[in-house]
Design a protein around this ligand. Structure first.
Ligand SMILES: Nc1ncnc2c1ncn2[C@@H]1O[C@H](COP(=O)(O)OP(=O)(O)O)[C@@H](O)[C@H]1O
Ligand SMILES: [Mg+2]
Length: 176
């Protein structure tokens, strides 16, 4: 059973500075959240996207990249491990570690070099690379809730806290 009140998908490796939840009743709400988050992410930030298959991690990423001006498709990186985008003069790396059999595959694939000061990294299934993937500034934890989703937003750094404080102050955005 999916429960909105279940415990976190996995414990964060750093103490959370700020956390709150939002209801995302439909796909459009998930996309709206992605669009609102897009301008608040700065180079060097790492976002973990947690939640089961079909929870909305890729849906949010797609809306986020489109909001920044990306015109092409946003495919799930399930098979490629990482998809690369250059938008708004920033490198955006979208990872999906679902298919990892062991966390060391993160090192085997040389993925550490993507986590740079001039890039934003969006990571699906970070727990599959536990101990190797860098810790997040922001963790978004999707849970199934009826026909929709409940999203827990956790800031795990000062940059993440600033980002989520602004997001929370603007939510819900006008017109939604
Ligand atoms: N808030 C929501 N409520 C209901 N359905 C949603 C919501 N957000 C996304 N969806 C739907 O759930 C599915 C999520 O798929 P996807 O984003 O690929 O999931 P993930 O990347 O987490 O595996 C899509 O079919 C999308 O339309
Ligand atoms: Mg996905």
């Amino acid at each position: 059973m999916h429960s909105p009140n279940s415990s976190p998908v996995h414990p964060l490796p750093v103490p959370s500075a700020h956390a709150f939840t939002l209801d995302l009743p439909d796909e459009e709400a998930t996309a709206t959240l992605g669009r609102e988050l897009a301008p608040l992410l700065k180079p060097g930030m790492v976002v973990w996207l947690d939640g089961e298959l079909g929870a909305g991690k890729t849906t949010l990423t797609r809306a986020l990249l489109r909001a920044l001006g990306h015109k092409g498709p946003v495919k799930s990186p399930t098979y490629t491990l990482v998809e690369v985008y250059v938008v708004s003069s920033i490198y955006w790396y979208h990872f999906d570690f679902y298919r990892f059999n062991h966390p060391e595959e993160f090192e085997d694939a040389g993925l550490g070099e993507y986590f740079r000061d001039d890039a934003v990294c969006l990571v699906e299934w970070p727990e599959k690379a536990a101990g190797h993937v860098p810790p997040p500034d922001v963790a978004l934890v999707f849970r199934f809730a009826g026909d929709g989703r409940q999203l827990e937003l956790v800031a795990a750094s000062e940059k993440g806290r600033a980002c989520l404080n602004t997001l929370q102050s603007r939510w819900p955005p006008a017109g939604n």
